[in-house]
Design a protein around this ligand. Structure first.
Ligand code: ZN
Ligand code: FE
Length: 751
């Protein structure tokens, strides 16, 4: 029999706040090993006395039986100086280095806890039930290592029975930091119009009653407040839009269970898996049955999620409807409200009741939004359940702070070879959102022990994220927007070589001072060559075109037909004053406030307006979304486009679309043919660049690829042509992923 020795096992990855130490303890006691387990802020360390064979068996068990919410990145072990132990113990946490281990994101309530809400004496209907496998994490964590005193649960002193569970190694709540019960934990309070309710049961009842009677209820979630109402009541949904000052942007809904989901939408196996995942994101699904028209006007998809907090389950037990609107508790573009007083004051005005609880939200987190494209998860908005899980990158990014873009604000900090992307922040032009941005940077610096040594920003001189870098007296790298998009996708896929990058995007600042957005780059992490792009289009009115897509349509018509385009008598022009049209043509002639853009998003805007689908846009990307929504999937035809050197021209396509409109071709076919044309243009251009350069790795990024039709067909066709295709999955392809690309480019340049 081989001799017992002392070993040290180092486990890295997402191993804190997920019940890892008790798991190790139970494993060790199962084998009757002596030793200890400890949370360090750089991972979990196990000391063990056993034989070599037993050690390898133990390590296998760690990998195979790890808690559901954990994610092990590495397990390393080595012999260590001889120790004697008295049984197996969990050592109290202490900070030992400036390294960190991953902070667990929030996890949806587990089935065992839901069961406890039915049978456990002090937890019957108690909505803050949680255990080591579930519950709040990131949103309540103030500092590491993850211990109750470093969370917003600090204020709550455990009662006898909770403490017993917390200290009983064989209990599911052993060392579950947010452990709570009706006796000692947080409680909900409902503030109605002139009244206040404190009993949990009565709060649920009252909320359900208000929602069913057409009211709006603000409810505190994990990362902020949300507004709930009946999605089948058009009056209520319209009222919610008015009060929230949110015009057309679709509302997300929460359905009771999968059966309820299927009543309103189609969900395939991959989508169902995401709906039921620990992250419980909003999943974009194709509509089966329309709810009130104002829920998602003009589009054929709805964002659907399943309950993730105990309160959601309790609410659905009382509700007679099995779906509710559940949208961010904010006004216009303000950040989602997190504090109780702000909620009562601000959301109190737009709702019939505000339901709060007395545990603070430390880190704001909106619901995450995902979509399944080509059977693969694509994260569009990365927040609750996802942030702050790091992206492992192929080079040293230590000390790099990347400030991101502007419209979908998000920053990224580097720690070793981990890129930590912040949660979705929002449009930085909003003052409150910009404050959220700066505060969150400070929180991340503290939480992850990062002292920035290098800053990376966009090239756009006026982005607030660019200007923010002035606060640091550090070396700054400025990265071209679309190079950052491609680099982001490269980082996510672990690439560090020369690739063909296709960035189909709204707009971004080009290195020639023009506005880019349909970029074919031959690039690596350090730099790029602009190999091709869509032809420039005038953008009369500058930024105004995003709200008024008709300007783009008019600009293209004017370019092609000159003044005679008015003679075409296109229906979409009927609603626009002749004076305005003339003024715009003069502006284009004289180049007044008419920058040039190659943004593919703008091309989609133009076609959406041209076909009369969307001349005025009420929210970001409404025009392309409406164009996509009407696609006739059986239509395989396409229009002509021109390719001349580096330039791809869609003028021939626009002329053909104009003819089709005049001939009364259904817009569903026009849209399909237009999408097919763009796909073909992308594929042909990639092929010609590949022929010239010999590169066969193709990286796709940019917000325009959120268009399912374009993404699916581009990826499939290129793959069929023999290319290796890399696309985004857990990092947004829109500007929410820019910071990761900036970070990796900065790190590569530093290298
Ligand atoms: Zn649980
Ligand atoms: Fe972009």
């Amino acid at each position: 029999m081989s001799k017992k020795k002392s070993y040290r096992i180092d486990i890295k990855g997402l191993v804190q706040g997920v019940g890892f130490r008790p798991f190790i303890y139970r494993l060790a006691t199962r084998y009757k090993f002596e030793g200890s387990v400890e949370n360090r802020n750089d991972g979990v360390v196990v000391l063990l006395r056993c034989t070599g064979d037993e050690l390898s068996q133990f390590v296998d068990c760690i990998r195979e039986e790890a808690p559901p919410a954990s994610k092990i990145e590495s397990v390393t072990f080595d012999e260590t100086e001889s120790n004697s132990f008295d049984g197996f113990t969990i050592v109290k946490s202490r900070s030992v280095s400036d390294s960190i281990t991953d902070v667990s994101p929030d996890i949806a309530v587990c089935d065992d806890c839901l069961e406890d809400m039915k049978i456990q004496r002090n937890r019957i209907d108690y909505p803050f039930v949680n255990c080591t496998n579930c519950g709040p994490r990131f949103t309540i964590i103030k500092d590491l290592p993850y211990d109750r005193e470093k969370t917003t649960m600090k204020e709550f002193t455990m009662c006898e029975s909770c403490r017993r569970e917390y200290t009983d190694i064989n209990d599911r709540r052993f060392h579950a930091q947010p452990v709570a019960c009706a006796e000692c934990g947080p409680v909900y309070t409902l503030y109605g119009k002139g009244y206040k309710i404190t009993g949990q049961g009565r709060i649920i009842e009252e909320s359900a009653r208000l929602i069913e009677e057409g009211g709006i209820v603000a409810i505190k979630g994990l990362g902020g407040f949300f507004l709930a109402c009946d999605p089948f009541s058009e009056n209520t949904v319209r009222k919610l839009r008015e009060l929230k000052n949110r015009e057309g942007k679709p509302f997300a809904v929460m359905a009771r269970d999968m059966e309820a989901v299927r009543k309103i939408a189609y969900a395939d196996a991959a989508e169902e898996k995401l709906l039921l995942s620990l992250q419980r994101p909003i999943v974009l699904l194709r509509d089966r049955r329309k709810m009130a028209p104002s829920v998602n006007p003009g589009v054929d998809t709805t964002g659907v999620m399943l309950p993730y907090m105990p309160l959601h389950y309790l609410l659905f037990e009382r509700l007679n409807i099995d779906t509710i609107v559940l949208t961010s508790g904010n006004i216009t573009d303000e950040p989602i409200i997190t504090d109780n007083s702000g909620a009562v004051e601000i959301l109190g005005k737009v709702s019939d009741a505000v339901v709060t609880y007395n545990r603070d939200i430390h880190n704001r987190a909106d619901d995450s939004v995902v979509s399944v494209i080509n059977k693969r998860e694509r994260v569009f908005r990365r927040s609750r359940g996802y942030a702050p899980v790091p992206v492992k990158v192929p080079l040293d990014v230590e000390g790099v702070l990347a400030t991101g873009a502007e419209l979908s604000g998000c920053f990224c900090i580097g720690r070793g070879n981990q890129a930590i992307l912040s949660q979705h922040i929002g449009d930085l032009q909003n003052a409150g959102t910009f404050q959220f941005f700066t505060e969150t940077v400070e929180k991340y610096k503290k939480l992850f022990r990062v002292k920035p040594t290098h800053i990376v920003t966009d090239m756009h001189p006026d982005y607030l994220s660019t200007r923010y870098s002035d606060l640091y007296e550090l070396p700054v790298y400025r990265v071209q927007h679309h190079h950052a998009h491609i680099a982001s996708c490269m980082a996510e896929n672990g690439l560090d070589q020369k690739v063909i990058g296709v960035a189909m995007d709204g707009t971004g600042y080009g290195d020639d001072g023009r506005i880019w957005g349909s970029e074919f780059l031959v690039c690596n992490l350090e730099g790029y060559e602009r190999a091709a792009h869509f032809g420039y289009m005038p953008m009369p009115g500058g930024d105004k075109v995003t709200a008024e897509p008709w300007r783009m349509a008019l600009a293209l018509l004017y370019e092609i037909y000159g003044e005679s385009f008015t003679g075409l008598k296109l229906p979409f022009l009927r609603d626009i004053e002749t004076e305005k049209v003339k003024l715009l043509c003069r502006a284009i002639d004289q180049g007044i406030n008419t920058p040039l853009t190659s943004g593919s998003g703008r091309l989609f805007d133009a076609v959406s307006a041209l076909t009369g689908l969307c001349t005025e846009s009420r929210f970001h990307a409404e025009a392309p979304m409406r164009l996509e929504a009407v696609i006739d999937k059986n239509e395989t035809g396409m229009y002509r486009f021109g390719r001349n050197g580096k330039l791809i021209s869609f003028k021939p396509a626009i002329e053909m679309i104009v003819e089709d409109i005049k001939n009364g071709v259904p817009v569903s076919r026009i849209s399909a043919m237009f999408h097919n044309t763009v796909t073909k243009a992308v594929v042909d251009t990639v092929k010609s660049i590949s022929n010239r350069s010999g590169i066969t790795d193709v990286v796709l990024s940019g917000g325009t690829f959120q268009n399912r039709h374009l993404s699916v067909n581009t990826e499939r066709t290129l793959r069929d042509e023999g290319f290796r295709i890399y696309s985004h999955s857990s990092v947004p392809m829109n500007d929410g992923g820019i910071a990761l690309g900036q970070l990796i480019v900065g790190a590569a340049l530093r290298r």
